[in-house]
Write a protein that binds this ligand. Structure first.
Ligand code: G6P
Ligand code: MG
Length: 215
């Protein structure tokens, strides 16, 4: 039995699958610049900030842009991305996510969001689960991107718990590293061979309180 007092959830790929929308928007941007963007490349952008994602994509396309041009391109991508996000409905919550958060809350465990996305609040509102979170730490509230632990440590602080009392749920390699760097336990959402976490499950529909207390 451990002394878990809080769970901190990443958003994209854990609570909701927005990767497909990121992919479509980045692909549209890459195509407008004259090169293609693959799903394999999109995989490498999980947990990576918008600015850094654009740098990587321009590098893959062999295109150089000034800082001012990059800002315009990142804004364009976000506009296209938000057109899709604004259509999101509560039925897009990943299987078991809402149920597991509710189970935790009933058990007295505090809940925070820890995401790199600056659009986190909009997405939570669209899928109708904002009120399940005691704290929301998103890309607007931190300056250092994962694998830096800032987002999760800020979450622990907001919940008034110690890092070792937190379990983080993450689908990105950089996110798993960030949780560990912060001294937290981490549950990977994905494939065991890819994520070096304390426990790896395919989705929150496979998570239970029993597993949480045995980590
Ligand atoms: C998450 C996603 C990334 C995305 C980042 C920033 O970490 O996994 O693919 O680039 O958030 O999202 P934003 O909504 O701020 O562009
Ligand atoms: Mg993620």
């Amino acid at each position: 039995m451990n002394n878990i007092k809080a769970c901190i959830f990443d958003l994209d790929g854990v609570i909701v699958d927005t990767a497909v929308y990121h992919y479509k928007a980045w692909k549209r941007l890459a195509n407008s610049l004259g090169f293609d963007f693959t799903e394999h490349q999109n995989e490498q952008l999980k947990g990576v900030s918008r600015v850094r994602s654009l740098e990587l994509i321009l590098g893959w396309g062999g295109v150089t842009k000034t800082a001012a041009e990059q800002e315009i391109l990142a804004t364009q991508k976000n506009t296209w991305y938000m057109e899709m996000v604004n259509q999101m409905k509560p039925d897009e919550i990943l299987p078991g996510a809402k149920e597991f958060v509710e189970i935790c809350r009933k058990a007295g465990i505090k809940i925070a969001l820890g995401s790199a996305s600056k659009n986190s609040m909009t997405i939570l509102n669209k899928i109708g689960i904002t009120n399940l979170f005691d704290a929301v730490i998103d890309g607007n509230k931190v300056s250092k991107a994962k694998p830096d632990p800032e987002v999760f440590l800020t979450g622990a602080k907001a919940l008034s718990v110690e890092p070792e009392e937190c379990v983080v749920f993450e689908d990105a390699i950089a996110g798993v590293e960030a949780a560990k760097a912060g001294g937290m336990k981490v549950v990977g959402i994905g494939q065991p061979g890819v994520l070096d976490a304390d426990l790896v499950i395919s989705g929150l529909d496979k998570m239970t309180l029993d597993k949480l207390f045995k980590i």
